[in-house]
Write a protein that binds this ligand. Structure first.
Ligand SMILES: *Cc1c(COP(=O)(O)O)cnc(C)c1O
Length: 421
């Protein structure tokens, strides 16, 4: 049984209440992980985690994360509006700019969000859209490849569109200082879905060093280091889950080596984890609706890439279990497919699974981040419901399924001559 799963009967009861397919989220699991992240960094009095809204933009989820003391990392006007409607304010919001319409800064400034600048030229945009705040965060990109121990390559920041070059930091910070900035934050996101616990400490060491040097060169103090997102989850069960407490302690060791003991006047630590917080606590609940034996053995389910595009888009692996058959041997080799007219609409290829019968409930695991959020309406397949499994055992509909009327709502229809309206 996958690590963070719920009992079979939790899925079965949900499917008796709501038509499949839908996303089901585990409130207790999300809260538990949010708390574990805060506790892991509790050694830093100025630590804050900003949940990356794009991972799971549902107001009820964002609200419960707010209750757990998390802020939000927003990257668009709509995400800012979501934060605003939920009452997030000021330094509870991180706004990560990235080639966006400049007006989007206006609402971010109005809300008092911390601005994370993606390029040195964005200083001018900021100047025109609300002026330069006391604290500005700067996103840095170290270029080349990002490797542990100099050889194991973990990411290729040199190919990423984000961030300033380290060589631009001193000049940019001096300019920001001359325009009124008092302190700066430094941010980087160098690799994604990292289940190697050395990721955050390695990133921390790089950022602490860059921040100290840039601070000296520009004569501006460091407000915080923003370690961003990127801590991964074990989509494959043979991968070890990240021990967040050990990661927090390893970052602490790097911190004390760079800045000494944390305390007043010392740099804070920020994080923007998305996937790590909610990923394991979301599930696509779907039903086998078709079986086909041709060149391969296919099981068609009522979900498709609209509910979860990661396998189609990145070839990503997601664990799939069959409710009530968890203990049966995996004797059959299946492709598990959706209904889109798109051959990559498969949740699994050549997967060994227990024998599946039409009508069986299938659970696609680790769909709590970048799943519903990446949904779309290709083929007129509509986004389906999101259900929250509450801590008290109740189920709550937290987003209804789209209807054809939702799909038609933005369309402009031709007049049909000869027919009355
Ligand atoms: C996507 C994103 C995150 C979250 O990434 P995860 O891999 O979900 O942890 C954090 N910060 C920024 C700026 C992002 O774009």
């Amino acid at each position: 049984m996958p690590n963070d799963s719920l009992a079979s009967e939790v899925f079965a009861r949900a499917a008796a209440l709501y038509p499949t397919p839908f996303h089901l989220y585990d409130e207790a699991g999300i809260r538990r992980t949010a708390r574990a992240v805060r506790e892991a960094f509790a050694w830093q009095p100025d630590f804050k985690e900003y949940f990356a809204v794009k991972a799971l933009p549902n107001p009820m989820i964002l609200q419960l994360l707010h209750e757990e003391g998390l802020g939000l990392d927003c990257s668009s006007l709509t995400e800012l509006l979501l934060a605003q409607r939920l009452g997030f304010f000021g330094d509870e919001i991180m706004f990560s700019a990235n080639a966006m319409p400049p007006e989007e800064f206006d609402l971010a400034r109005q809300l008092g969000a911390i601005i994370n600048l993606d390029d040195i030229s964005d200083i001018d945009l900021l100047l025109r859209h609300g002026g330069i705040p006391d604290t500005v965060c700067v996103r840095v990109n170290t270029g080349g490849t990002f490797a542990f121990d100099g050889n194991q390559i973990m990411g290729t920041p040199g190919e990423a569109k984000y961030g300033w070059m380290p060589s631009q930091l001193a000049e940019g910070l001096m300019r920001l200082k001359s325009l009124g900035m008092k302190r700066f934050g430094l941010h980087a996101f160098l690799a994604s879905n990292m289940t190697d616990p050395r990721y955050y400490p390695a990133l921390a060491r790089i950022l602490f060093d860059l921040a100290r040097k840039a601070s000296e060169a520009a004569g501006v103090p460091v407000a915080f280091i923003n370690l961003s997102g990127g801590i991964g989850i074990p989509y494959r069960r043979e991968v070890q889950p990240v021990d967040i407490r050990a990661v927090g302690e390893a970052v602490r060791a790097e911190y004390e080596a760079a800045f000494g003991m944390p305390g007043p006047g010392k740099p804070g630590i920020k994080a923007e984890l998305g996937r790590y917080i909610t990923g394991p606590h979301g599930f696509v609940v779907t039903r086998a609706v078709h079986e086909k034996k041709t060149f391969k053995h296919y099981i068609g389910v009522d979900a498709c890439a609209v509910q979860l595009i990661r396998p189609a888009m990145y070839g990503a692996y997601h664990e799939i279990s069959v409710v009530g058959r968890e203990h049966e041997p995996a004797t059959e080799r299946y492709d598990i497919t959706g209904c889109l007219c798109e051959n990559n609409d498969k949740f699994a290829i050549d997967r060994l699974m227990p024998e599946i019968h039409v009508g069986d409930l299938l659970i696609i695991h680790d769909a709590g981040a970048h799943a519903f959020a990446m949904g779309y309406q290709y083929n007129g397949r509509l986004r389906t419901a999101e259900i929250l499994y509450r801590e008290d055992g109740q189920y709550q509909l937290i987003r209804r399924a789209e209807t054809p009327e939702d799909y038609f709502a933005t369309m402009v229809w031709p007049d049909r001559k000869g027919e009355s309206k």
